[in-house]
Design a protein around this ligand. Sequence first.
Ligand code: GDP
Length: 326
Amino acid sequence: MRVRRHRSDDGRAPATPAPGDASAPPDRPVLAGRLGRNRPGLAGGLARLFAGKVDEATFEALEDLLVAADVGLASTGRILAALRDAVRTGAVAPTPEALVAGLRAEIVASFAGEDRSLKRAAVPPSVWLLVGVNGVGKTTTVGKLAARESADGRRVVVAAGDTFRAAAGDQLASWAERCGATLVRGADGADPSSVVFDAVEHATARGADLVLADSAGRLHTKTNLMDELRKVRRVADRPPGRVSEVLLVIDATTGQNGLAQAREFTNAVGVTGIVLTKLDGTAKGGIVLAIHDELGLPIKLVGIGEGPNDLVAFDPDDFTAALTGA
Ligand code: GDP
């Protein structure tokens, strides 16, 4: 194990970040504002709906648009059934404008009442484990979270748990350096559970608040990824560690495959929430509705770029506005 310290001697994050410093508090940009550009998809299709009167063809067009935005057949069916009901009972007027407003309300309501807060253990350190397939943005999200948590004054230890991809460790080293977090990494190919275990021990010894554990999305060995993740989770949960979040990172451009990934990771490691990345680069992202509907997982964070401030809390109104081009 190698421990890299990027902190002042007392282990605290710098009190006053320099201007432009990665550890400066994120300004939490409004999602719709960031996604408003270049989003044809659903938004463009809805604009065309305004042209006609509401009939069966309108509902069919709406169905096509939702499916194209990756909302998935089951969730699309549920939303359209609710909309049809609303039109039948008069709750939604049979005009394109009212229908679109009803659609938006229905999508927002899908996410109502869920707890999207990031959980912390009663006794620190908390462990947040990030899982997901290769390339979805796990390492970047760990980096952004380290920046954000450090800026909020927490002592953060980053565990470079993707030991099969040397570049992931290097990526995390530079994130940690910028925000003053401590990085724990193993030799290339080391057992990731031992890296996470060392990180938890280190965090406990230093009185750190949070361990952010990256993990591999693909293995270069015959070991089964899910078996390995189960082991990482088990080890991270062994006292003094307390896994309070297992965040599944989903790439918004992945499409319906994201649902299969969510099922598999949920069965293996008990996912507690979803991080939807790369929403800045796609008119889609409806996959989170499908994941939410089928697995009941809260969407906790949204990635909208590669910079330290490009991680925002999931906001159903913002998300729906972005998805439907409000
Ligand atoms: P990992 O294999 O899951 O750890 O994925 P990485 O964190 O290495 O990310 C893969 C690529 O996606 C990198 O080029 C990241 O900069 C990029 N990326 C990650 N999150 C986002 C995001 O929210 N928006 C955009 N545009 N790119 C992202």
